[in-house]
Design a protein around this ligand. Structure first.
Ligand code: NI
Length: 171
């Protein structure tokens, strides 16, 4: 069990494109994923990408069940997703609030595709293929953006929605 510190926006490495994982189920990969899991749980995040703990590999994890940060979000199964690709299944986008452990204390409204297909691998190299909608689709798009060096504030179209969580949502 190792809780890592999460890099914050401004760190140059968060803007880099992550590299593909070539070998699955290695001790190094499994430790990375355990560390990411422990760190995400500790921070009560909905997802985490390896670059956020300083590892430039295409690994994301996500999952939500009754998360204190996202009380209204539907459940998303805990997933380890490696070398992911995303295909939008619609041109339709929807706006909703996002936050990020690398942008602590803030929220903003971000447009995302409402239906996507994603695929990738779990840590053992098994293929994962899913068609998802809504919050699940949003989380995947957010986490996969990290692998391209994109943080959610770069996706905000109306900066009037960007602010500090406790000011936006008092009480
Ligand atoms: Ni994030």
């Amino acid at each position: 069990m190792a809780i890592k510190s999460v890099l914050r926006m401004g760190e140059a490495s968060l803007l880099q494109v992550a590299e593909r994982v070539e070998n699955f189920n290695t001790p190094e990969l499994n430790i990375l994923i355990q560390d990411m899991h422990d760190t995400m749980k500790n921070e009560e995040g909905a997802g985490l990408a390896a670059p956020q703990i300083g590892v430039g590999l295409q690994v994301v994890i996500f999952g939500v069940e009754q998360n204190a940060r996202y009380p209204d979000a539907e459940d998303v199964p805990y997933t380890v997703l490696i070398n992911p690709t995303i295909k939008p299944l619609t041109k339709e986008t929807e706006e909703d609030w996002e936050g990020c452990l690398s942008v602590p204390g803030m929220r903003g409204m971000v447009p995302r595709f409402s239906r996507i297909h994603y695929q990738g691998y779990d840590q053992y190299g098994n293929v994962i293929r899913r068609d998802v909608v809504g919050f699940h689709a949003r989380v995947v798009q957010h986490e996969c953006d990290h692998l391209q060096g994109i943080l959610y504030p770069m996706r905000i179209t109306n900066f009037r929605t960007f602010g500090f969580t406790d000011v936006l949502f008092p009480g």
